[in-house]
Design a protein. Structure first.
Lengths: 253, 253
């Protein structure tokens, strides 16, 4: 296993370039940090490419080499230069981007995000969708980048397991799914009581809007049902990921 | 309205002391930041004491003076020195601590936190409990400090509205409530399917455990029912605040 000591090494530079959306798109790779997430990525069939490991993670680095990766030992300072977390876990790697799911092959139960901007919310909704038994996510324009380290950290591995489809025009995608038999239920402050909505049937999309502005007018127009969780006490609203979780679990009971 | 320019001014020092639990307990006050939260604190009947305001917030500072507060104009640097947020909103104030609710006066529907450590989770659960129609929170040992700025920020004003009871010995408090007619439902990875649990009746406590270790053995022993949300997909667990939200809304339907 080669040892890298310079931040100017091309491998380090290539990994640092994965910090932003443009770099990830250009390389077709994203950065995965830590042992748990790297094992999960392998379990989900993603190809691990360049591995950086501290001395105490050379066993795992070796295992990843056996799957086709190239591993390098590095000092802590280089891990810190590459990783998003302030105190990196001792190993990270570039991993091939997961294949987006084409809309033509959409699963029965879908969560669609309409401008959900907070990376923690996007990741938490991803994780909850995976737990509730949804088949995939639609990521509309204006959402946090699904392959950013913060989103993937909050998704806790569900970002590798549950496929997503990036859609530039979410209302058009919803209209297409509706024409093919999906019900479209959108969470909206002007909606009817969530618990009184009609049964959406076996194929549906649950749309969650942005934290600040909710769903867009075009999304609202594309929906079959607008729903709102009841506010029984003094709070005026819920955290977007919590509201999404309550609805997802209620819809898949 | 006096103008303060020095970080050594005793008012500034006293407000800075509210940054930690010890300082808040000694002063009987906590720091509330921003216009929305200060208006909410007033609406909930909390007494606002020393107000620091930038020039563009002197109107609100004047309103608060009319309720008995003392207001001072300050430069941005002093707001930054006092506030928890990196980019403070232009006004902050010390506010009398809300009165904890005695256990003898417990509401019918209670959420109990057993070592929930993440301030964002504690605040989000507080906000969701308020939205779902719960009457109050029990804060067991090891929870994030309920009056820390991070908890209050996530609680979005519900921290002023929904009363809480700090309990050193949560299992003893649960036993006391049980003896007085409350059902105790605890979220536990070893529990039965949440959706198959018996109806807890009109008076119940929902216990949420720590992110890393769940509920303690003593809490488990004090519970009537142990419940777990079904994991229908690949995810092994849910975020604590999301799981709490799903259960709270399902229990108050």
């Amino acid at each position: 296993m080669d040892h890298i000591t310079s931040a100017k090494n091309p491998i380090i530079k290539a990994l640092r370039a994965l910090r932003d959306h443009k770099g990830r798109a250009a390389a077709g790779r994203f950065l995965v940090e830590g042992e748990v997430m790297l094992r999960e990525a392998r379990k989900c069939g993603l190809a691990v490419r360049d591995v950086l490991a501290e001395e105490n993670f050379t066993d795992l680095a070796g295992e990843l080499e056996a799957t086709g990766a190239r591993a390098y030992t590095v000092p802590r300072s280089l891990l810190e230069a590459v990783c998003d977390t302030r105190t990196p876990q001792g190993i990270c790697a570039s991993v091939d981007l997961p294949e987006p799911l084409p809309l033509s092959n959409a699963p029965a139960k879908i969560v669609a995000l309409d401008g959900v901007q907070d990376p923690g919310n996007v990741g938490t909704i991803w994780r909850t969708a995976d737990a509730a038994g949804f088949g995939g996510l639609l990521m509309g324009a204006g959402c946090a980048d699904p392959l950013s380290p913060k989103v993937q950290r909050s998704a806790m591995g569900s970002g590798f397991r549950l496929p997503y489809t990036p859609v530039g025009d979410l209302p058009a995608a919803l209209a297409e799914l509706k024409a093919r038999g999906w019900s479209v239920i959108a969470s909206d402050l002007r909606g009817d009581d969530f618990y009184s909505h009609p049964d959406p049937g076996g194929k549906f999309v649950l749309v969650i809007g942005s934290e600040a502005h909710g769903i867009s007018d075009a999304t609202r127009a594309a929906a079959d049902m607008l729903v709102k969780l009841p506010m029984r006490g003094g709070a005026e609203s819920l955290n977007a990921a919590v509201a999404a979780g309550i609805m997802m679990y209620a819809l898949t009971r």
